[in-house]
Structures are given as C-alpha cells and as structure tokens.
Design a protein around this ligand. Structure first.
Ligand code: GCV
Length: 643
C-alpha cells in the first residue's frame, strides 16, 4: 500500500449507508465510486445519497455536494463526475467542511492533464523520483500501484494522462502495434474506470519505418493511408482511445518541416485520420533551433514558437489543440509568459507547465510551483482588451473554444513516496486543484494538501505552509538572476554552471562580458518584445519599464544599472544570493521543529533532502556571486565573502 499521498486510509467496510439513484450500477466508474464510499475511513457510519441528476449547470464533469437532513448528498450528471465528486467529498469531510452550505464545483478547464516522460525501458526523461511505474524492461506494468496512481489523479479531477515520453523511440513505437495494444487497452480501461482518459505520445515519423512507405510527408498519399489504417486499427482495439500528443521538428525529432510542410500540415494530417473516431491531436509548440550558433545574432530561441505558429492561426482542424509551454524558453524558474497565448484566436490552445522539477531543483530542493503557475495564469495578455488573462484563454473562455485546458509534465516515479521529495507531492496535488479551479489560492491549496497528507496540527500546517510558500522565491533568489535563466549544467540541468550553456552547442546564450550581460530582445534587438500586445510591448521595450525580475531576459544591461528596487544589478545579484541561501536555512529550521509531529519516515526523508539543499543553495550562492564578481570586479557593498 502506497499510503503517503493525500488519499484517505481504506478500511474493509466503513459501515456507511450509500444510496445511488439513476446511475448505471454496472458501470465500472460507479462500482469504483461506490467502493471508495464504502471503504473510506473518513466516511465511517455516514449516510450518503448520490443522484444522477440532469442539472444542466453541472455539465458533464461538475458536482454538487451538500449535507441535508443528516445525509451527505451528491449530484452529478455523469458517472465520471461521480468519481471526482466522491473523492472530493471524502477530502472535504477529512478537512472538516460541514457542507451545510452546499458547494458546486465545475472544472474550469476541459482538459486537465498530466504528461509522463516515461520510457519503456523504465527510465524517465527528467524523472527525479525513481523509475517508471508504467514501464519496465520494454514492457507495460499494471499492478496495485497503477490503481493507486489513477485513484490519486482522479481524486483531483485530472481527466487525461499521457503515459509515454514525447520523445518516442524504440519499443515505445510499438505502443500502437500488436505487441502492446492489448496492454494499452487494459491500462486505458483501468484509467477509464476512474474517469481518466489515456493518451499516447506518437512518433511522427512512424511510417518511415514501413518499407512500403518510407516517408512521413503529410501530403504523401501513402503516408496518409498509413495513418488512416493505423487509426482504424487502434480504435478497433480501444474504442474509447483519447488521442495523441506529438513532438515534431524539435530537438532532433522529425516533423513536417523535413518535407517543407508547415506544422499545421503535419497536425491536420493526423487529425483527419483520427477524426472519424472522435480522437484529438495535441500538437506541441516547442519547436526551435537547438543548435543556434553564438555568432548568429538574429535567431532568438524565445521567438521560435511564435514565429512558427503565429501565421497558422485558423488553419488547424477542430480536433487539433496546440500545447504551448508557459514561457518562451523551457520551464526556467522565471520567464515571461509565452506571447502565443491569446495570439491565436481561431486555434485551440492549452498551456504546458512542468511539475517535474527539471530546472527547479529536481525534487532534491523543495520548490512549490503553484505560486509561479498562478502568476502565469493571471498574466494579462490584452488579447481582447484589459483582463484577457492566460487562465481564461487556456480554459477556452476568451475565444469560446471547447477544446482547451492545462497540462503538466509530471513528477512521479516508483519511489516509495512517489515524488522523490515528500514535499514535491504538493505540486502534483496543487496542479490538479488548479486545473479544476485556477482561482484557488496557493495558500489554500497548500493548506488542504498538508492537512490531507500529514495532519491538521497547527504547527505542522503553519510550518509546512511557510516552507512551501518560501520555496519558489528562495530558489529563484539563489539561481540565475533577473530572468536570465540557464546557469545550470547543460547535461543535467542541475547545479550552478554559469557558462555551461554559453560554451555548449545548445545555443542558449547570456553573452556576459565584464561590462554587460544579456541579449537585447526589444525592437532594436531580436524584436521578441514586439510580439506582445500593447501595453506590454511598450513596457518590455525599455529597461525603465521592464519589471525587475525580467530585466536580463529582455535587455542587455550594464552591471551598475539601477533597478526599480534602488539596487544596482550587481548588488541585487549578491543580495538575493545571500538571502536565498539564508531562506533555505530558515525553511530547514522550520522542518526540524516538526520532529515528532509528522511520521518519522517522512521527517527523515525531508530532513535528508534539506541537508542537501542547505549545502547546495550555498554552492549556488558562491558560484553565481563569484562568477559575477570575477567578471565585474565590483565588490559587494556589504563586504561579504566572494571567491
Ligand atoms: C522530453 C527540455 C528537456 C527535454 C524534453 C524537452 C521537451 O528540453 O530538457 O528532456 O524532452 O524539453 O519538452 O520536449
């Protein structure tokens, strides 16, 4: 039993009396929901009545929960929503909500997904919590942990999971072939029984391997016929298969560009083939030249997704949705919001975040990412005037799109605690809650998670909440400063290496010399800032109006430039790096106060991670500070040690 998620303890029979009205009692979802109601410890002895209503306002996935005349009542329109409602009811009772005031929750985002980057040999690309629990030795694994995983994600209302890495290689190419289709179906059925849809990542170049086709040109009749036949085969075997996620023309992956076609040509070819069966194609916008030469001053990786996709607005079929990373680069601790959001009013789009902490401490550092995601979601794009926030664009509200939503690259693995760092599970929990309701506050989400995972002791809740809320700002402080990003090792994306990317082939440069740092991204530079709407365009044009935290993303600046905070850039670097490491000491002290108040195992595991983080944040501090000191020879005003 993997019990250290937020799921309630199960008992054999909790003695609850449960009445179901109007549901198909043979449906696996209903059976599973009933089973949760009858085995949840928190519901012991309670009376519960669930009714399948036809309340249009609840739509397909919403629910109403109440406590009326001694009975807890649930209303939903579907059995998938019943599953989400049951888990929520259990959690609310555990959180001591009385439900005397009924609550109605309807998910704001139609798609609420997790993307696994799991490989079939069991490894996980950018995985920091053990190996895959879906795959081992080039085979699919289905066991008790799989069910626990699906229960956990369904309990948060996630409704889709992509099980394999977007870089589809080797055995993963066979997930759509006879070799694995039976097991994929088994997994898909298990997911469906908890109201979660299974998606696969697809190898765009798959038909190249077929001797009779040898191409992936989306305009080639043989390629088109190959995919039509393949989709027919998949749906014969898995009639409710949800669809595919595609990474094309990116980081060495083939795509339509290889044949002189556009991204829309490629996506639409697949979309047409899958359309008769109701499936969707999720097409990633993470397309860029990863081998930019340092002498090339025109190319700007930050512009890439915009430049490749912007002109294609309106050309994608209705069952295609573009998946856009939250920032224009790649999940750095700080980036601007990608300018594509709100820019394509006639194209379905969803946002891609990363809760796998690839660049944010790899689940060895605590880094609660929900406050960061909330900043992104509440960013005003001005797409249709003031108030055009990212959250309304990706939920489909702004442009009235049905296919829309949010996903995150997930942070799970087969480590006992699922997420490597016990506190990293707050991101898995928090992201699911945010997908359902982006208006929840980071503090609210943290508090729920702490109470459900640990306990509701005042000190436990207060200390862990403080740790979580301090963690992302702290990580930003001791990492690369002012939005410049990328000062980590290029191979592992971990640990300080200020010039690592500068002198590698990966084409992501900060161009620091002894006087300046940064790439000019305004209208006189790469023009990136001009991709935004007004007033953002004007705001990012000049350093004086650019927010401090993004100064070095947008501008090439002298180190003695005075920020709005009143500090020079160089003094800001020194101060934040000292502060960041001190913040980690404070978080560590708060954790140490919890000895005896949380389980010993959990206490020890987190303590061990903090031991590392305390040391490693100092290494970040010293390497980054010394780098800047040696470049500039400007001393720290406060005379602290620089090496
Ligand atoms: C799955 C980054 C990661 C890669 C990842 C890629 C992507 O570059 O480092 O490991 O590949 O993003 O999002 O496709």
């Amino acid at each position: 039993m993997y019990s250290n998620l937020w799921l309630d303890e199960k008992v054999k029979d909790n003695g609850a009396s449960v009445e179901l009205n109007g549901y198909d009692e043979a449906s696996k979802r209903v059976i599973n929901a009933l089973n949760e109601l009858k085995t949840s410890k928190a519901l012991s002895g309670l009376k519960i009545k669930a009714s399948c209503s036809k309340v249009p306002a609840l739509s397909d996935e919403g629910y109403r929960l109440a406590f009326e005349n001694g009975v807890y009542t649930i209303f939903t329109n579907t059995d998938a929503a019943l599953v989400y409602a049951v888990f929520r009811l259990i959690n609310l009772i555990r959180l001591k909500a009385d439900l005397k005031d009924p609550i109605t929750e309807i998910p704001k985002n139609p798609l609420r997904m997790l993307n696994h980057w799991d490989n079939m040999d069991g490894s996980i690309e950018r995985g920091y919590s053990g190996d895959s629990f879906f795959f081992e030795d080039n085979d699919i694994v289905i066991n008790e942990r799989t069910t626990d995983y699906v229960r956990a994600v369904a309990s948060l209302g996630y409704n889709g999971v992509v099980i394999n890495n977007v870089n589809v290689k080797g055995a993963a190419c066979d997930l759509i072939n006879e070799r694995f289709i039976g097991k994929v179906k088994e997994l898909s059925d298990l997911f469906a029984s908890y109201g979660v849809k299974l998606y696969l990542s697809l190898n765009y170049a798959a038909p190249i391997e077929d001797e009779t086709v040898k191409s992936a040109d989306p305009f080639d009749e043989k390629v088109i016929a190959w995919w039509q036949k393949k989709m027919a085969y998949i749906y014969e075997n898995i009639p409710d298969f949800a669809g595919f996620l595609v990474k094309a023309d990116s980081e060495g992956r083939p795509g339509p560009f290889t044949y002189g076609r556009t991204q829309a040509d490629g996506a639409n070819m697949l979309a047409k083939a899958i359309n008769p069966y109701g499936g969707i194609i999720i097409w990633r916008c993470f397309v860029y030249n990863c081998k930019q030469d340092w002498r090339d001053l025109k190319t700007d990786r930050a512009r890439a997704a915009y430049d490749y996709f912007h002109d294609l607005d309106g050309e994608f079929l209705d069952n295609v949705i573009l998946q856009i990373k939250n920032g224009p680069m790649d999940f750095q601790v700080r980036e601007p919001v990608a300018p594509l959001f709100g820019d394509m009013s006639s194209t379905n789009q969803m946002i891609e975040f990363q809760i796998a902490q690839e660049y944010t401490g790899q689940q060895r550092h605590v880094c609660y990412l929900i406050p960061w995601f909330k900043e992104v979601l509440s960013f005003d794009t001005y797409a249709v005037g003031e108030g055009s926030n990212v959250k309304d664009i990706v939920s489909g509200k702004t442009f009235s799109r049905k296919l829309a939503g949010m996903c995150a690259v997930t942070n799970t693995g087969n480590d006992f605690n699922w997420t490597g760092h016990d506190l990293a599970a707050a991101n898995l929990y928090g992201f699911g809650r945010l997908c359902f309701n982006p208006d929840l506050s980071s503090e609210e989400i943290a508090e729920e998670w702490i109470k459900l995972t640990f306990n509701d002791d005042t000190k436990v809740v207060s200390n862990i909440k403080t740790i979580l809320m301090m963690s992302w700002p702290a990580y930003e402080k001791y990492n690369a400063p002012l939005g410049i990003g990328w000062m980590c090792s290029p191979a592992y994306h971990y640990g300080p290496d200020p010039d690592g990317y500068e002198y590698s082939v990966w084409g992501t440069y900060h161009k620091a010399d002894h006087k300046y740092i940064g790439v000019e991204r305004n209208s006189t530079g790469t023009g990136y800032s001009t991709l935004y709407r007004e007033p953002l365009k004007t705001m990012y044009e000049k350093p004086e109006t650019t927010p401090d935290e993004l100064m070095l993303f947008f501008h090439r600046m002298p180190y003695d430039y005075k920020l709005k905070s009143g500090k020079t850039i160089i003094q800001h670097v020194y101060d934040t790096h000292f502060e960041g490491a001190e913040d980690v000491e404070k978080m560590n002290a708060l954790w140490l106060e919890l000895k005896g108040l949380v389980s010993e195992d959990s206490f020890d595991r987190v303590k061990e991670r903090f031991d590392h983080q305390v040391w490693h944040s100092k290494e970040w501090r010293d390497v980054i500070n010394s780098y800047f000191y040696r470049k500039t020879l400007i001393p720290d005003e406060k005379g602290r040690p620089l090496y």
